[in-house]
Design a protein. Structure first.
Length: 264
């Protein structure tokens, strides 16, 4: 029997890779989105909002599996609560959630920590909601996407001096590779917390920004900025990294080259 799979965030950075992979695997796919979309072959779009609960019940009606990849800088726990509330008592037999490496290791207590790194606390809270949901679940934690670092680099290049966080390292991973792993997990049995997925290499933030500047043919003075707080200290200690899971293949340099080729 063809599986009915609901994808939240199906039009976002990760979801836009997941949806066609599921469709090509022979699944019926339904996407919950805040905006209206024209249907395409094998994909149905339901308008709704995880933050308010609007449209969730319609989106998950008859679903076998939910892939929850809608996320933002804050409020992920509210979205998870609304989604699970709607899924309780339905035929959903597998909930798949994408989280972030370091969700359990980056402490977010003080005001400055919450302002800069509240995303980690929000992801951790959403994880706990999924775990305690009563639904069979799978959680995958991944390192930062290339796309996120590109957004950061583009914003910082607009300034005459490019600030970087002193002592910070990142392990960027390609969103398409994370999507492929999530689809593999989605088509399998619930597996709990699975092994992290990290990019192929760990680099200093300053080196990642220099690589971006070279790709753009630009020059900027790079200024290390020391961030206070426990969350920043955890980053400097590598809490956001997974050095034993360098499973991603596409490098930052390859991502930038492909991105530039697409925008020529």
């Amino acid at each position: 029997m063809m599986q009915q799979i609901v994808v939240t965030g199906g039009t976002g950075t990760l979801g836009r890779h997941i949806v066609p992979l599921l469709r090509n695997a022979g699944c019926q796919v339904r996407v919950l989105s805040r905006n209206s979309h024209e249907p395409v072959q094998g994909v149905e779009y339901i308008r709704g909002d995880l933050a308010t609960g609007e449209g969730i019940a319609d989106a998950i009606r008859g679903a076998d599996v939910i892939v929850h990849c809608a996320g933002s800088s804050k409020g992920d726990e509210v979205k998870a609560e609304n989604l699970i509330r709607a899924a309780s008592g339905t035929r959903v037999r597998h909930l798949v959630y994408i989280s972030v490496v370091g969700a359990d290791r980056v402490p977010v207590k003080s005001g400055i920590d919450r302002a800069m790194f509240g995303y980690f606390a929000s992801k951790r809270a959403a994880e706990q909601i999924v775990i305690n949901s009563g639904l069979p679940w799978t959680i995958l934690r991944a390192t930062q996407f290339h796309d996120l670092l590109l957004t950061v680099a583009q914003a910082m290049m607009k300034m005459p001096i490019m600030p970087v966080f002193a002592g910070f390292r990142f392990q960027p991973v390609d969103s398409s590779e994370v999507a492929a792993r999530l689809v593999e997990l989605t088509l399998g049995d619930p597996a709990g917390l699975v092994s992290d997925l990290g990019g192929p290499r760990i680099d200093k933030m300053s080196d990642l920004m220099r690589t971006y500047l070279r790709a753009q043919g630009k020059r900027r003075l790079i200024l290390p900025v020391w961030l206070p707080g426990r969350a920043a200290r955890a980053h400097r200690a590598g809490a956001n990294l997974t050095p034993y899971h360098t499973d991603g293949k596409r490098t930052w340099e390859e991502f930038l080259a492909d991105h530039e080729a697409c925008h020529e």
